[in-house]
Design a protein around this ligand. Sequence first.
Ligand code: ISJ
Ligand code: MG
Length: 467
Amino acid sequence: MIIEKQLEWLDCLKEGCQKAQKLSKQILVSFTKRLQETVTPLDFFENGRHTFRGSRMYWSDGQDMVLAGAGAAATYAAGIDNRTLAVETAWKETLEDALIFGDKQVRGTGPVLMGGFSFDPWREKTSLWNNFRQNECIVPQFLLTKKQNNYYLTFSALVNEQTDIDRLYRQMIEKYNELTSKCQERSDAHIEESLNITENEKERWLDIVEKAVTDIKRQAMEKVVLSRTLTVTRETPFDTTEVLERLQEKQSHSFIFAVERGDSAFIGATPERLIKKSGNQIKTMCLAGSIARGKTMEEDKKLGEALLNDEKNLAEHQTVVNMISDVMERLCRSVYKPPAPALYKVKDVQHLYTPISAEANDDITLFAFVDKLHPTPALGGEPKEKAVKWIRENETYERGWYGSPLGWVDSRGDGEFSVAIRSALVKGNTATLFVGCGIVADSDPLSELNETKMKARPMITALGGFE
Ligand SMILES: C=C(O[C@@H]1C=C(C(=O)O)C=C[C@H]1O)C(=O)O
Ligand SMILES: [Mg+2]
């Protein structure tokens, strides 16, 4: 990380400025370099604490890819109608004249759009989510991409003919040095403090579940996913890095994410993938149907087998399989899905799981998949519009970004969106946890309540509770 090497970035900015002058428009310039000395994504995130608080984003696929972004070179938000495609159109316009320099081979490097969409843009906004727009994707000013054991840093900036390039360059080098400096050992700094946990409107939620069951039995819908919130507080403010660190440790097989806006952070560890696209290769999954983990291996196996044979859970799952398969058949060729669900086990819960792979038709973009899939019946219901309207009218709080597509797309159109569940919105010393479950004709309100309790465990643990 020697500063002289960054001179290349100054040249890139100059070229961008010339192009901006020639075309009389703003130009996105980005420059990617492979880092020789490594800074871990969590250290990078933590280093941005002062300068970038409120504009940091972290996303890990739980396998070999981590993206950490700081600052916003460009922001894309859209209205309610056709919001996914509106963001895509604006992003494509930027890319048309963008100058992309440096290492170009690796997915998730170069200018990357990171962000998400709210669950239901038609739901009235409340103060809970006041720091978050209905949808917002940004190109980070600084992006650290960790791919297996390789690290890449991408600088991005929007320039126009008036941009003071030398000044911008100096500012960015300063911030770059800050972001990539060695971090102090943080694990000692974890605050061990007791948590105060409140389950909000529990009785009312049980009534809503009952109402959903009645409506399903009346054949108004096949399935609807209902969620509720828990409020967790402690004396000291929660810390995004600390929560991420605990999630990374305990939920290593999940997607781990954090999006900071203003003084709020939306953080979670979700096992659920909405869509992954690499070239034409598509991966998605159906994840619905839940049971506890056992205390012993034997008990765990028994519970898993019970889940695989439970009609109510199979019904919940099948609705998701039908809808996702249908979308895949329309947008792809060579769709493959196993004939029966398997188990997907995370620390506190096991789920029914059907992975689906396919080859996208040539002109189908990642955004088109997000648009058609969200919300799947794993978070919305069936039929989609009816269920989402039912949720809008009956749930007592605003979901915001809970249950929404959250992820990234690069300039090649490759990327991945996870479904933002097992998550919390953290603000100061208060965290609002979101937990939901699929309601079908055979649902029993109290067992659904227990299911949501189980699903709250990962976030409560990450906030410093239970252990
Ligand atoms: C809605 C959530 O999870 C969803 C509901 C599930 C279920 O009801 O069995 C299982 C996985 C997810 O599809 C959540 O965790 O908040
Ligand atoms: Mg369920």
